[in-house]
Design a protein around this ligand. Structure first.
Ligand code: FAD
Length: 463
């Protein structure tokens, strides 16, 4: 018997994989007995906001992840395919039908027992369990989790800045430097003249914002120290220039001699946007201080006005909402087992993955490994050259996800920037993404064949 806590995207997938492998599951879901602040129904795997799983094409990060899950036999993705609605290249679903179909399938499974109640504490260590309670984990369980992990907090008002791919930053405009030359030219700096700055500020002020939910509005008022960039823009013409867009101490040697007063006066930037390295390999860059509540399409439009970011590819947009997630790189193995208690696995947004399909991927692996633990087989990790494997390895690799960061671990969506480099450099983005796709699907097929052949236990723990 395995216990799965939370019948969201991750928990539903995990429970199905376990039951389909012939192992009985207890699936504990608090809705509708105890509603969450964002869900609207008691159905499983409810999509709380957008009805889209992201781009469908496997040449895109979200699409590749969906395709991998399809090939791994994911129930959630299969059901999404059945209930897809036209969405111009994205996998969007009729959310009511999709969620009702998943609930019916799981409830009807002879090996699944559904318990509609709030789980108040972690299960006993003797039980094999999957924790999949998502970003709005019930408060009592979240407290027990803190006690268990020895952390001070796992509730965050998630005010994340956008992340772009390094590849798309125009370094003929932007330059590498640290403020006052401290450090090793660690930042990428995008300089603005006065005219560019004022146009950018106007665009920020006029851009459309996402609505905060009631429970988020309450939380948001406590976070004066972490204001959205559009709020800084609203507070005054120069507020951003005295905050995250401060130009002082930053000089591009291509502008001339810093010590020549005339050159300095003529060339000094009016404002500078800084980007900080997000991953060890320097392929992902975070816009420092750009937490924002603008709608995603608006973020792309306005932030591409920043000199040097005109062609930037956004890996993650800025968000501001309540979120519960673990310091996974310190707590989890790539198999999604807790290091301190290998019988307890975690999946979904609580592990710091971001997005619907990412939660399903975690659920698939945690469910698969719960089965292996029941059978006394070594748990598996997915190949890092697959999108699912790259993401799950990122959130469980302390060195890699924290390697260059000072601000702590932040949730991460699927992205090509997480995957190991290709053997050869391909400049054309479409061809490059195609090559990532081909390698991922080939490696996944080989891994699956080996897994199936080695169902008796011969498969190595990390392929
Ligand atoms: P969930 O889908 O939230 O599932 C967790 C389940 O656990 C829930 O059913 C919950 O009721 C249950 N649960 C919690 N605590 C307990 C307990 N103590 N006992 C029993 N059951 C419990 N992602 C996107 O990709 N696109 C979006 O548009 C998007 N919008 C979002 C908007 C908001 C307001 C929030 C909070 C998140 C949003 N996300 C979005 C992130 C989204 O939550 C995840 O992508 C996805 O739902 C995570 O899946 P999950 O299985 O980890 O969590």
């Amino acid at each position: 018997m395995v216990v799965v806590i939370g019948a969201g995207l991750a928990g539903t997938e995990a429970a199905w994989q376990i039951a389909e492998a012939g192992i009985p599951v207890r699936l504990v879901e608090m809705r509708p007995v105890r509603p969450s602040p964002a869900h609207h129904s008691g159905d499983f795997a409810e999509l709380v906001c957008s009805n889209s799983f992201g781009a469908l094409s496997p040449d895109r990060a979200a699409g590749l992840l969906q395709e991998e899950l399809r090939r791994l036999g994911s129930l959630v993705i299969r059901t999404a395919d059945v209930h897809a609605v036209p969405a111009g290249g994205a996998l969007a679903v009729d959310r009511g039908r999709y969620s009702a179909a998943l609930t019916a399938a799981v409830e009807a499974h002879p090996l699944v027992t559904v318990e509609r109640r709030e789980q108040l504490a972690l299960p006993d260590p003797e039980e094999i369990a999957v924790l999949a309670t998502g970003p709005l984990t019930g408060a009592a369980l979240a407290d027990d989790l803190l006690h268990f992990t020895g952390r001070e907090s796992c509730h965050f008002f998630d005010a994340a800045s956008p992340i772009v791919e390094g590849e798309g930053i125009d370094l003929s405009v932007a330059f590498r430097a640290s403020r006052y030359d401290k450090g090793d030219a660690d930042y990428i700096n995008c300089p603005m003249d006065r005219e560019q700055y004022l146009a950018f500020r106007t665009a920020l002020l006029e851009a459309e914002k996402a609505e905060l939910k009631d429970f988020e509005q309450e939380t948001a008022t406590f976070f004066e120290g972490c204001l959205p960039i559009e709020e800084l823009a609203r507070r005054g013409e120069d507020t951003m220039r005295y905050g995250p867009l401060k130009p002082i101490g930053l000089w591009d040697p291509r502008w001339g001699d810093l010590h020549d007063r005339d050159v300095r006066r003529a060339r000094r930037a009016h404002a500078v946007v800084q980007l900080r390295q997000e991953d060890r390999d320097g392929r992902l860059w975070n816009l420092v201080g750009f937490q924002t509540n603008l709608k995603w399409g608006e973020q792309q439009r306005v932030l591409r006005m920043i000199p040097g970011l005109e062609n930037a590819s956004f890996v993650r947009f800025g968000v501001m909402h309540r979120n519960t997630f673990l310091e996974s790189p310190e707590l989890l193995q790539p198999t999604l087992q807790f290091r301190q208690r290998p019988t307890l696995l975690a999946a979904g947004q609580i592990t710091g993955t971001e997005g619907y399909a990412a939660a399903v991927a975690g659920g698939w692996l945690a469910g698969t490994n719960a089965v292996r633990l029941v059978r006394g087989l070594p748990p598996l990790s997915l190949p890092p050259t697959t999108m699912a494997g790259a993401l799950l390895s990122f959130i469980s690799d302390e060195e890699r996800s924290h390697g260059s960061r000072k601000g702590g671990f932040q949730p991460m969506p699927p992205s090509f920037g997480l995957m190991p480099e290709l053997p050869e450099r391909i400049r054309d983005k479409r061809r490059r993404y195609g090559a990532y796709r081909d390698r991922a699907l080939a490696d996944l097929a080989a891994w699956e064949a080996q897994r199936r052949a080695g169902a008796s236990g011969a498969v190595p723990a990390a392929v």
